[in-house]
Design a protein around this ligand. Structure first.
Ligand code: URA
Length: 239
């Protein structure tokens, strides 16, 4: 038996506050009966609906997190805190994992999912899902840096990077980098090679999905079913 409010949150579609509001508004039913009390216990086989839509515990879940600096993009670590530590226990037990990694000191958009196929569709370079980063460097970014990014680069250890876009911003120490593949420390290593060490990095978007501006650092929200559908259609468009 599980509490109804926890069961709603564990679908990954609503935060605790949103689940409370749904219940209060009489939008949640169990086996056809509207239930407003989140403490109510429901069994595994109970049919839970919201606005008449059947919910299942087994549907893939995807959430958007505003990653703050200082946390590892991992599911667990013996010594350090991970992004999963930001989630409530109901979600932690779903086995969500980060879709790709942001470095410990990188901030911004991080998706977590339990859907391996979705993660693959978002990360595979063949699927053409662009990731856009805001970057600040020591020194000034210029046309030569832009050209180097556009040509594709070979890093010091022989790693070949696909062509990427560097857009210059009004502040010469800042730019927008668009990558299509997730090689380790790629933005930092490319810019270090250009002699412009990165001092701040923030992922703004993945494909059509931008970080929700209403999410404070450390906050998260479930993706809507429309957002998940858009991610899928965008990732397969060019495949
Ligand atoms: N490139 C980096 O160097 N770091 C990140 O966290 C993401 C992309």
């Amino acid at each position: 038996m599980e509490r109804l409010d926890k069961a709603l949150v564990s679908t990954g579609r609503w935060s605790r506050r949103e689940a409370r509001e749904l219940l209060k508004a009489g939008r949640v039913a169990v086996d056809g009966i509207v239930i407003r009390r989140g403490e109510e216990k429901i069994g595994e086989s109970a049919l839970m609906t919201v606005d008449g839509e059947i919910l299942s515990h087994s549907r893939p879940t995807c959430i958007m997190l505003h990653k703050p600096a200082g946390l590892l993009s991992a599911t667990e670590d013996r010594r350090q805190k991970t992004v999963v530590d930001l989630l409530p226990p109901e979600l932690r037990k779903l086995g969500l994992f980060p879709v790709g990694r942001l470095d410990k000191d990188t901030e911004g958009l991080l998706l977590l999912t339990d859907d391996g196929a979705l993660a693959h569709a978002l990360l595979s370079p063949k699927k053409h899902v662009d990731k856009v980063y805001f970057v600040r460097v020591e020194g000034r970014l210029d046309r030569q840096d832009q050209d180097a990014f556009q040509k594709g680069m070979v890093l010091g250890d022989g790693t070949r990077c696909l062509p990427a876009e560097l857009r210059l911003l009004a502040d010469p120490g800042e730019g927008l980098v668009t990558l299509r593949e997730g090689k380790y420390h790629q933005v930092k290593r490319r810019l270090a090679q250009r002699g412009k060490p990165v001092t701040y990095l923030n992922r703004l978007s993945m494909g059509p999905l931008s970080l929700d501006e209403r999410l404070e650092k450390g906050a998260w929200r479930p993706l809507t079913s429309e957002e998940i559908a858009i991610l899928w259609s965008n990732s397969t468009k060019n495949y």
